[in-house]
Design a protein. Structure first.
Length: 468
């Protein structure tokens, strides 16, 4: 058992609502309830909410951040990965944001009233915003959930059709002496019913995540805080006390914040989990049979989280809403480069040498690049450093360095590369040297250089994903 208070007490939250693939939109009903909210037939993209933390604190911000995705796997931060709204009451910050589309088509945002890692801070309230389109946020308030001297962690909500109300799930310590999952019911997220214990297995549990109405069964996953595992429960009703544990728990060295995801392209379900450390690494598992409760871990190359993101919530949106969010908040002015065969590592500079390093790290800007037209050939690309904008990646004696542009043609040629289909995977990208066209950027012992490529290992070393 670790002594890290984050393990003992801190929840997280994400949300992803999906629709069955292969079904024509015209054949679908107007609304499809899978998870905590209502997925619309026209939805074809996703929005994520999160806060940020980085190991040295340079990327830490306890406001609401947004990212968007067309496939739910590769994410593009909005607003340059800065917050779009920040609480002004309570602790003055948030954790564990949750976004849900309500029955009327508008959105509600919930979040834990906590800034930073002061786990002794007890708030009986949660943050609440209303939003028509996630381009503006109105009606900010705090909603009181209980009178106990304890917290209200990781709130999320779902529509309980039988009650005609929304249920708000969250973690609190009640008379049991350990965290349990509590529930309050509301119609407007302004007032709420008295709290009830929703789930108490007799040990410390946080991070409840609900998937409603799959084959007549409701599924709730949570974190077993003592064992640091994600555990499944199920019930044919939504009544408090009706959920029982089933299936095989999963973890990756201490995991929390379970979120169940339905693929848009297949009959595959994904479960996402977040490490409980401030480093915030996401992991994902998959199954084709949600009722079986068994999961297989995915390779990290299959998904990319937003930079420094923690405690995510995901909701479906329409293509028009996607475009409007991008228009309102803007695309990132930078990219990151993810290694194909070491997908937990990204290209960064350190002491002005280039290498791939395990995510996350500070300064995180060492891994942010502006891909600009090639200095020697505009059909190519040059990598301009974000935190040293007068410097570019260039090769010298075949080794990649971050050097200042001296204005010479030699520098321009050394700093220009041509994008090609990934040598290990055509959906990825490889970069061919402009002035040594038989050589490609690759990593060797994690250091970057340009080399001829001949073996399968070489091809994997020379393949990258251009992400955010």
């Amino acid at each position: 058992m670790t002594t890290n208070p984050r393990h003992d007490s801190q929840p997280s939250r994400r949300r992803f609502l999906g629709m069955a693939a292969g079904v024509p939109l015209a054949a679908m009903t107007a609304h499809l309830t899978i998870g905590s909210g209502t997925a619309h037939a026209a939805d074809s993209a996703y929005v994520m909410g999160y806060f940020t933390e980085s190991p040295g604190g340079l990327g830490t911000d306890y406001g609401l951040h947004l990212a968007v995705s067309t496939d739910g796997l590769q994410w593009m931060p909005l607003n340059q990965n800065n917050p779009v709204v920040t609480p002004t009451e309570g602790a003055g910050g948030l954790r564990d944001p949750f976004i849900m589309r309500k029955q009327d088509g508008t959105f509600v945002v919930l979040a834990t009233d906590l800034k930073g890692t002061d786990w002794s801070y007890n708030s009986q309230y949660i943050h609440v915003w209303d939003s028509a389109d996630l381009r503006s946020f109105t009606g900010y308030r705090r909603l009181k959930l209980h009178d106990m001297v304890t917290h209200s962690w990781a709130p999320e909500a779902y529509w309980d059709a039988g009650r005609g109300k929304y249920a708000i799930l969250y973690s609190s310590v009640n008379s049991s002496g350990h965290n349990v999952i509590m529930v309050n019911y509301t119609t407007d997220f302004r007032t709420a019913s008295a709290p009830q214990v929703f789930f108490d297995p007799g040990y410390d549990v946080i991070d409840a995540h609900m998937v409603v109405g799959v084959g007549g069964v409701n599924y709730m996953y949570f974190k077993n805080n003592g064992r640091q595992q994600l555990v499944g429960t199920r019930s044919t009703s939504l009544n408090p006390g009706s959920f029982t544990v089933f299936g095989t728990p999963v973890s990756h060295g201490g995991t929390e914040a379970p979120t169940i995801v339905k693929s848009l392209a297949s009959n595959t379900w994904y479960m996402w989990g977040d490490t409980y450390t401030p480093n915030g690494i996401f992991y994902a598992w998959q199954t084709t049979d949600l009722a079986a409760g068994t999961w297989t871990e995915l390779n990290q190359r299959d998904y990319t989280q937003p930079l420094n993101s923690k405690h995510n919530t995901i909701e479906t949106i329409t293509s028009a809403e996607y475009d409007n969010l991008v228009a309102r908040w803007g695309k990132p002015a930078w990219n990151r480069l993810k290694s194909y065969n070491f997908p937990n590592r990204y290209v960064r500079h350190a002491d002005f040498t280039a290498r791939i390093a395990p995510y996350p790290f500070d300064p995180f800007a060492d891994a942010q690049w502006k891909l600009v037209p090639g200095l020697a050939d505009s059909s190519g690309v040059s990598f301009q450093s974000v935190n040293y904008p007068d410097r570019y990646l260039r090769h010298s004696a075949y080794v990649l360095r971050l050097d200042g542009n001296d204005g010479t043609s030699t520098f321009a040629e050394d700093a220009t590369f041509h994008r090609t289909a990934g040598l290990a995977d055509a959906t990825w990208t490889s970069f061919r040297s402009h002035n040594f066209p038989a050589r490609y950027i690759r990593h060797s012992d994690y250091a970057l250089r340009i080399d001829p490529i001949s073996t399968a290992t070489d091809r994997a070393d020379a393949s990258f994903s251009v992400v955010h």
